[in-house]
Design a protein around this ligand. Structure first.
Ligand SMILES: Cc1cc2nc3c(=O)[nH]c(=O)nc-3n(C[C@H](O)[C@H](O)[C@H](O)COP(=O)(O)OP(=O)(O)OC[C@H]3O[C@@H](n4cnc5c(N)ncnc54)[C@H](O)[C@@H]3O)c2cc1C
Length: 495
């Protein structure tokens, strides 16, 4: 990259900072709209994809981070189809589509129909050993609980812990909601924003005054659209939710590879951390990588790295925007993958995995049974278990060395599922500062950030720090950022 007078070739030049799924998708959408754009994707590490990281070991497909994505929010699904990957999409396993939860060291099924906070199936809850009788009675009393003042305010927010405890009771929170939510966000539920993570529950209370009533209303004739709108439905099962996830044959790396292949040759620069981003006149930008490489000039920039990275790049010319970005904190986690022969595990492993409530005081957050969840990734006769630890409540875990993490995972699996002997292979992945923590007020914070970014012509932000951590949400922010940037470039007549 030689220092140059800006735009010697006359081509429109766009840089994307960060080569995770958000950055790659942003680059793809920009290129789709502007086929003659000169693109750069500048990635600090030596690999594209971030937590979309698949290892192959013989016939095994071992996901080190993300393993599947939701299709109900269709942005990832649409992108896969657009990239010609439709015939490589595979659903999650059909057997044991449910989660287990640890209680007193035993793995018990989450009551059928209990989806995060929705108590949809009364008989299943009453017969479940996950809650004590007192806990069940309190959960059943949910429709009698008064709604909070201020709920009608469109900007209403409260923590997941506060909402779940006041609606469903402390035990249902500690034994079900907290571990299920921690399994997704590795977060502190006492700080996690309900409006940013599960706004549908606020809407349910707002509209029906109760979660039970909202579930019932959703099943009543006439409340639904479509051919069978007048037939009452049975309570939805948990299996229906798990059926909404898919993956790709060969692993999620296939999506990363397809996006990388769609970039112009040489557009992706690995091992290129951006150190400085300068705003020049008329919406133009100069980027200086670390490591002594000369600066380059661009007409547009998408920052698709963490909000902390965006803050450090933006601080020199917009301290206020930087300080808002810095308010979004990130958590780290570790994933240990253990490959056993199936006969080394005494437990039937009759679920997609198990979550571990904090009250159980174990050094892990969850365990995912990959051979059950994604059977296409694992040859018959093997059991692949991924053990998750760390998160906001145990940040120190991630700094343990590989041997300590593996020993802890083996010990926990011995106690919880009767794993015996040594696994035939193990892998450790650490995801440092990868999971943004959407604290109460996050929705408002994200819109303030967006308003301020709009004042900087040619600058866009994308990534998991803003509107959802799931892969489809990241792709959505990337698509929106790309679209806004293309519109700005067109409006400024640079196109
Ligand atoms: C363990 C784990 C499991 C998950 N499981 C799932 C799942 O099953 N399904 C799902 O939908 N979601 C899952 N997620 C969430 C999802 O994978 C992430 O939210 C998503 O991949 C984030 O993508 P991103 O591009 O926004 O960020 P990242 O992937 O973090 O990308 C940001 C990139 O920016 C780079 N960067 C940082 N600073 C600089 C700089 N100065 N210059 C240049 N580059 C820089 C980083 O190296 C990184 O590659 C999981 C996340 C984790 C951690």
């Amino acid at each position: 990259m030689a220092d140059s007078t800006p735009y010697p070739s006359g081509a429109i030049r766009v840089a994307v900072i960060g080569g995770g799924i958000s950055g790659l998708a942003a680059a793809y959408f920009i290129r789709r709209s502007l086929s003659r754009v000169e693109l750069r994707v500048l990635e600090a590490s030596d690999r594209l994809g971030g937590p979309l990281h698949t290892l192959r070991s013989g016939e095994l497909v071992l996901e080190q981070g993300a393993d599947s994505f939701l299709i109900k929010t269709p942005y990832a699904l649409d992108l896969c189809r657009e990239l010609g990957l439709a015939d490589r999409l595979v659903p999650t396993g059909e057997k044991f589509r449910r989660a287990l939860v640890v209680r007193g060291g035993k793995l018990l099924p989450v009551p059928d129909g209990f989806v995060l906070m929705k108590p949809q199936n009364l008989p299943a809850i009453m017969s479940s050993p996950v809650l004590s009788l007192a806990g069940k009675l309190r959960l059943l009393a949910e429709p009698l609980m008064r709604s909070r003042r201020g709920l009608d305010d469109p900007a209403y927010d409260e923590s997941v812990a506060s909402f779940a405890t006041r609606r469903l009771g402390r035990e249902a929170f500690e034994r079900l909601v907290e571990p299920l939510v921690a399994g997704i966000y590795v977060a502190d539920a006492r700080k996690l924003s309900l409006a940013a993570t599960f706004p549908e529950f606020i809407e349910a209370e707002r509209t029906h005054g109760s979660l039970w009533r909202s579930c019932r209303a959703a099943r009543l004739p006439g409340k639904r659209k479509g051919r069978d709108a007048n037939a009452p439905t049975a309570a939805p099962t948990s299996a229906a939710r798990y059926g909404q996830f898919v993956t790709l044959e060969g692993g999620l790396r296939v999506l990363v590879d397809a996006l990388a292949a769609a970039l112009p040759a040489g557009a992706a620069r690995l091992g290129t951390p951006v150190r400085r981003l300068e705003r020049r006149a008329a919406g133009r930008w100069t980027i200086t990588p670390a490591g002594g490489e000369p600066p380059e000039h661009f007409d547009g920039v998408v920052v698709a790295a963490s909000t902390g990275c965006a803050a450090s790049l933006i601080r020199p010319w917009d301290a206020e925007l930087a300080s808002r970005l810095e308010q979004i904190q990130y958590a780290s986690s570790a994933v240990v993958t253990l490959v056993y022969r199936r006969d080394q595990i005494a437990h039937p492993l009759d679920g997609f995995g198990a979550v571990v409530p904090a009250v159980e005081q174990r050094p892990i957050v969850a365990a995912s049974f990959l051979h059950v969840k994604l059977p296409t990734h694992v040859p018959k006769g093997l059991a692949v278990i991924r053990v998750f630890s760390g998160g906001v409540l145990h940040p120190e875990t991630v700094d343990r060395d590989d041997q300590q993490l593996i020993a802890t995972a083996k010990q926990q699996l011995a106690e919880l599922v009767g794993a015996s002997g040594d696994p035939r292979e193990t892998h450790v992945a650490r995801w440092r500062n990868s999971m943004p923590q959407y604290e109460v007020g996050h929705v408002q914070l994200a819109s303030e950030i967006e308003r301020r970014v709009a004042a900087h012509d040619g600058l866009q932000l994308a990534g998991n720090g803003y509107h959802g951590v799931g892969i489809p949400h990241c792709i959505h922010t990337a698509r929106a950022a790309a679209q806004r940037l293309v519109n700005q470039l067109k409006a400024s007549r640079r196109l």
